[in-house]
Design a protein around this ligand. Sequence first.
Ligand code: GTP
Ligand code: MG
Length: 195
Amino acid sequence: MKIKSVNLDQVAGFPSQFPKDDFDEIAFAGRSNVGKSSFINSFLGKKNLAKTSSKPGKTKTINFYKINDKFRLVDLPGYGFARVSKKEKEKWNKLIHDYLYTRENLKEVFLLVDIRHAPTKQDMQMYDWIIDSGFTGFVIATKYDKIPKTHLKKHIKELTKTLNIDDEGLVFAYSSLTGHNNDVLLEQVGVIIDS
Ligand code: GTP
Ligand code: MG
């Protein structure tokens, strides 16, 4: 698939702000700081489209990016360890929950995890939900540039074991710095959208 056009379609702090039309959507979920927004920038070849930060908790809204006037990529707020008030955390969790549980035009949810660390309990819960909801269960293991290449197998093994994944083909090591596996994921997204 080729990226021909990218537009920030909608920024939603509340479910009433989710786009009303039924363009297909692919969402990217994961802990705060795992690299969801960086992935979207790198994947689309747009450096500063989605705002990123070294501090967890940067994305506070659900951001909808329209691609090729055909479908949307959806950048979600992170769950987990952002240093924000309990009230704010609950608000984000509810927003993510409302989106994932009610969105009829949601075609796939990719789980992003940091390749360096074993998935957390929340990652496992999210992954179980993804599978139980009938999605394929694609995983993007981010920050691949931060481990030696010789450790790749070990990290993927740990990750697939913790998340209970049989098929390693569902896991893509990724780096938003080098664009490693961007071509493979462009093709995969193309297949999802055309199916
Ligand atoms: P929230 O919006 O807080 O949920 O975080 P996020 O998952 O969107 O993470 P974000 O893209 O803001 O990235 C967090 C930090 O990780 C930033 O400092 C990024 O530069 C860095 N980062 C993201 N992806 C990569 C990667 O592939 N390699 C390296 N080295 N750093 C990365
Ligand atoms: Mg973000």
